[in-house]
Design a protein around this ligand. Structure first.
Ligand SMILES: [Mg+2]
Length: 229
């Protein structure tokens, strides 16, 4: 049995709503949206709040004190922004077919491993017509600020879901950034990289994923990789 853990942004879907919503929340809470050059991809929502506001001159005590307010404002803004018709959220190539194939596969369990807070993840998935409930195992940015802590959380949740032991190397993380490739090493998880985010194929290859795809459109090839990696 393999636990297939999908990243969301740049992997399942693409949306500008996340960044716009976080910048609105940061502005409302701290008075600044942070540096526009600061990259969000591969980061957890709490890591984004901390790093962006440290760069804006706030100390950790001030950031921690305002984190809950920022998250609440972020989720409220995301509910609005995700409906924006200007830059709608889009499902990436092959995702609907792959999600269906993993769900139907007896040897695979469909899950999420994402830096999004759980509420934000559900909003984004709904926006592209994916059912958050179909992902029966999940670890989120609301579980931990550090992405590398999320694979163990997902592994333990998979054990509870299945009612039996799940080894680290039975977890496969699929994502679009070096952080997705690296985060599971502590538990021996496998990493499948996909170049549908901001990172190019060559750049992802240097981080040594177990497999690498241009996109997820070849359902059969991705499923075969998940079965054997
Ligand atoms: Mg991503």
């Amino acid at each position: 049995m393999k636990i297939v853990l999908f990243d969301i942004d740049g992997t399942l879907l693409r949306t500008g709503a996340g960044r716009r919503s976080m910048e609105r929340a940061l502005t409302a809470t701290f008075g600044t949206p942070g540096d526009p050059a600061y990259r969000y991809d591969g980061k957890t929502d709490r890591q984004i709040i901390r790093e962006a506001m440290r760069l804006a001159g706030f100390d950790d005590a001030a950031i921690d004190a305002r984190r809950a307010d920022t998250e609440a404002r972020y989720v409220a803004a995301l509910r609005e922004e995700v409906l924006s018709t200007e830059k709608p959220a889009v499902l990436l190539p092959g995702v609907r077919e792959l999600v269906a194939a993993v769900t139907a596969h007896d040897g695979l369990v469909l899950g999420l491993l994402t830096g999004n807070v759980a509420e934000g993840a559900a909003i984004k998935l709904h926006a592209v017509g994916l059912d958050p409930q179909a992902f029966v195992v999940g670890a989120f940015g609301s579980d931990h600020e550090v992405r590398a802590e999320l694979p163990e959380i997902a592994r333990v949740r998979a054990e509870h879901h299945l009612g039996r032991a799940v080894a680290g190397d039975a977890c496969v993380i699929i994502g679009d950034t070096p952080s997705d490739i690296q985060c599971g090493r502590g538990i021996g998880a496998r990493a499948v990289a996909v170049a549908t985010g901001h990172y190019q194929r060559d750049e992802l290859a240097t981080h040594g994923p177990h497999a690498l795809f241009d996109d997820l459109s070849d359902t059969e090839a991705v499923i075969a990789t998940l079965e054997r990696c």
